[in-house]
Design a protein around this ligand. Structure first.
Ligand SMILES: [Zn+2]
Length: 437
């Protein structure tokens, strides 16, 4: 197996094992622990050792991992990579059970900018965090991934909507509640069905459960990720935006972690990017800043560190689609498997400057990987990501980049099987080869 094939297999395993942000964070913690990194608790006093790796989580859904350099951060700055752990999905409402036409359904909220149509006719399962009281009466929590397909949102037959292929709208309140079963008359009131199912599943997983109190659960597609194409050119999966970048950043951080480094390197993966990042654990919250302050010491040292740092914010980019090529600017249509994309927007929807773009392209050159540029058409609005938010909060230099992909925010997205690898090589050059400025 080549290094690249092994990398892609690891990415596929990570995507499959991470149906929710909390699962993605747990998977990252496992890899960090395996590499000798140590968990830190924000409520404790920290005694940190140069050369050692550490990680911190918030809300179990955002994570910062870093490895201290041999020199103080005020002298070298911090080499930062950023990504987000969340993906658009359907989240289960607190009182979710619905009984309509003899069908048990769960009411869902749309989380983020979901492309809704692909959610129909998929074999769905549930995953996320459950908060419950155990048999000793203590409030506790656990992660749950049902894994089995337990629900489906059937589409309406074309015979009942002849306009379906011309114009079809989805009403999120009416049309999205997934169906879990029929003829629930035996179970009595449906209002307790979900909590009692959750309690059973938790017990099956070995937990002591008296009562399920609350949860943060999302539906997901059970179809595993796959390599697709005549030459396996593509990776097809849910949540490529942006677990691809979480995995790639993690792999870059851990790549040569035994070899001593002068500068500190850091990976931040935030939840809540898909809903604007404004939360205690999102990129607009204080998580990254508070960790950087703890690493730097006094205010002078903090400011000196910020002035020398660089954040590579990684979030997938829109690849040009052969069937919809007019949606891209002629000169800025990134191609699949043609390398990481540097995202530029004059109106600062991306934080890239000509300086940080030049730096990132030099990392690609060092790693001998191609790179490309994305600028949205001048007659279209531009998306955004965590880069401008982190840059605004910290005053740090940022470059926004990402692997090109199709079908962003669909329940099944497509990326190139070379691009995550190319991105990881560029990030490794940034962390391990760049001499700094
Ligand atoms: Zn994203």
């Amino acid at each position: 197996m080549t290094e690249q094939t092994e990398f892609n297999q690891g990415l596929i395993d990570f995507l499959h094992a991470s149906p929710s942000p909390a699962h993605a964070v747990l998977m990252m913690e496992k890899q960090l622990a395996k590499a000798g990194y140590q968990a830190l608790n924000e409520s404790e006093e920290w005694q940190l050792t140069p050369g050692q790796g550490y990680w911190v989580t918030r809300g179990a859904r955002s994570i910062i991992a870093f490895r201290l350099g041999e020199q103080p951060v005020a002298d070298t700055g911090v080499r930062m990579m950023g990504a987000h752990t969340d993906s658009p999905c359907l989240k289960v409402k607190p009182k979710a059970e619905l009984l309509r036409q003899g069908c048990l359904q769960l009411g869902v909220e749309v989380y983020g900018g979901v492309l809704l149509h692909p959610w129909f006719d998929r074999d769905l399962s549930l995953a996320g965090q459950i908060h419950f009281r155990n048999e000793a009466g203590q409030l506790t929590s656990a992660l749950l991934d049902i894994k089995q397909p337990i629900a489906i949102i059937p589409s309406l037959a074309i015979h009942l909507n002849r306009e379906a292929n011309k114009s079809s709208t989805v009403n999120a309140q009416l049309h999205l509640p997934p169906i879990l079963g029929v003829d629930m008359s035996e179970t009595g009131s449906p209002s307790l069905v979900l909590r009692s199912l959750l309690a059973t599943w938790l017990r099956d997983a070995g937990h002591s459960v008296a009562d399920v109190i609350d949860y943060d659960l999302c539906f997901y597609d059970t179809q595993p990720p796959a390599l697709v194409g005549l030459d396996q050119e593509f990776i097809s999966s849910a949540r490529l935006d942006n677990l691809l970048s979480c995995y790639t950043g993690l792999k870059a951080l851990l790549h040569s972690h035994q070899q001593p480094q002068a500068a500190t390197s850091l990976l931040v993966c935030n939840d809540h990017e898909e809903v604007g990042s404004a939360s205690a654990i999102g990129a607009e919250g204080p998580f990254l800043e508070s960790i950087l302050r703890r690493l730097s010491g006094n205010e002078q040292q903090y400011q000196r560190m910020i002035a020398q740092s660089l954040l590579i914010s990684c979030d997938n980019a829109h690849a040009i689609h052969p069937n919809y090529a007019d949606k891209h600017d002629d000169n800025h249509g990134p191609k699949i498997n043609a390398g990481p994309v540097i995202k530029v927007n004059a109106n600062q929807r991306y934080a890239t400057s000509s300086e940080t773009s030049a730096l990132f392209s030099s990392f690609c050159d060092m790693a001998k990987v191609p790179y490309q540029h994305f600028v949205v058409r001048s007659d279209m609005g531009c998306g955004s990501t965590i880069g401008p938010i982190a840059g605004t909060k910290l005053g740090v230099r940022v470059v926004d980049v990402g692997a090109p992909q199709w079908s962003m925010h669909s329940i099944r997205e497509t990326a190139g099987s070379k691009d995550a690898w190319y991105l990881s090589q560029a990030l490794q050059a940034f962390i391990y080869e760049w001499e700094g400025d």
